[in-house]
Design a protein around this ligand. Structure first.
Ligand code: HEM
Length: 293
């Protein structure tokens, strides 16, 4: 998956001269296919192992509890030939692979008392400001999703021929000194008492894009971001490693399709009943009710 992110973020000469696309001069397409195949191979093994396990269980009339993969395989086994073609084992594999990756993100969404926490986010204005400031300084999808000009266009004096691929640099807009005071400082306070948000009405903060094709997942992302960050801050005290402090901490970004920290963040959670809390968290956050712990 790291490979896929790497090749996806790599500047591609074909984006500038689309007619070069077929030559794959930098070998990016080749590397992309290679790594995708690797990822699929791994996920295929999981699916095959499960298919084998299901066969054994059916033979011994011992079908245990079902998880999501079982549901997919049930569907797969009970569908017509036509449908099977549409949803081949490979499709299932891709689905599982994506789900596993998404699960890592989503696993942390469910709070101890989701309802209570969701409703209390409304009143946590500083937490909201911290999230906005983080999205401003570190736009997670720095160039948004590429656009293509549907017709010849003149935009602010620039001639843009039909078919041109366009990127919107949300990362740079978030740091534009014409829009932001002290653009490079992390100052959540700038959002306190301000109406500016990321819902697509304020073009200086377009972390989720804007217009018809803006992010469809804003409501979910918004819940996840606040709940997770809020829960982690609430449950633990956090410390940096001994040789790092707020001044020396490297907060530079590694720009890609999705932005990550150049130097991964290492922080230490502190809590006396740490193990208990982790167990509680793991049970509540990571393990769905239908799985026995
Ligand atoms: C912090 C989290 C997220 C960020 C920063 C983010 C950001 C974005 C951005 C920048 C775009 C492109 C918008 C544009 O080009 O104008 C986008 C598109 C999209 N996002 Fe998100 N996203 C996030 C989470 C999610 C989640 C949780 C979901 C689904 C549950 C989601 C679903 C989508 C979909 C379906 C599109 C395509 C919309 C379209 O083309 O019509 N996103 N997102």
């Amino acid at each position: 998956m790291l490979g896929l992110m790497e090749w996806g973020r790599h500047p591609n000469i074909s984006d500038l001269s689309p007619w070069l696309k077929r030559f794959d001069l930098q070998g990016l397409r080749k590397k992309m296919y290679r790594d995708m195949e690797k990822a699929l191979e791994i996920a295929t093994r999981w699916v095959e192992e499960r298919v084998e396990k299901r066969r054994r269980e059916v033979a011994h009339l011992d079908m245990g509890r079902k998880d999501f993969l079982d549901v997919l395989l049930d569907h797969h086994e009970g569908t017509s030939k036509y449908e099977l073609e549409r949803m081949s084992q490979r499709n299932i594999t891709i689905f599982i692979l994506k789900m596993t990756r998404t699960k890592d993100e989503i696993a942390s969404v469910i709070g101890q008392d989701q309802k209570l926490e969701e409703s209390s986010v409304e009143s946590l204005t500083y937490l909201q400001a911290v999230v906005k400031e983080t999205l401003r300084l570190h736009a997670p999808i720095p160039f948004l999703v590429p656009r293509k000009a549907g017709q010849d266009t003149n935009f602010m004096g620039y001639h843009i021929p039909k078919g041109t691929q366009l990127f919107v640099n949300a990362w740079a807009i978030g740091r534009d000194p014409e829009c932001w005071e002290n653009p490079n400082s992390f100052e959540p306070e700038r959002f306190l008492g301000s109406k500016v948000d990321y819902k697509g009405h304020h073009f200086e903060l377009i972390s989720f894009g804007a217009g018809r094709r803006m992010c469809a997942g804003v409501p979910l992302a918004q819940r996840v971001l606040h709940l997770v960050l809020g829960s982690l801050l609430h449950e633990f005290d956090w410390e940096l490693e001994s040789h790092v402090n707020a001044e020396t901490l490297d907060i530079n970004d590694k720009i890609g399709i999705v932005v990550r920290k150049l130097d991964p963040l290492k922080v230490i959670p502190k809590k006396s009943e740490l193990i208990l809390v982790i167990c509680k968290f793991i049970k509540l956050l990571y393990i769905p009710d239908y799985i026995q712990v």
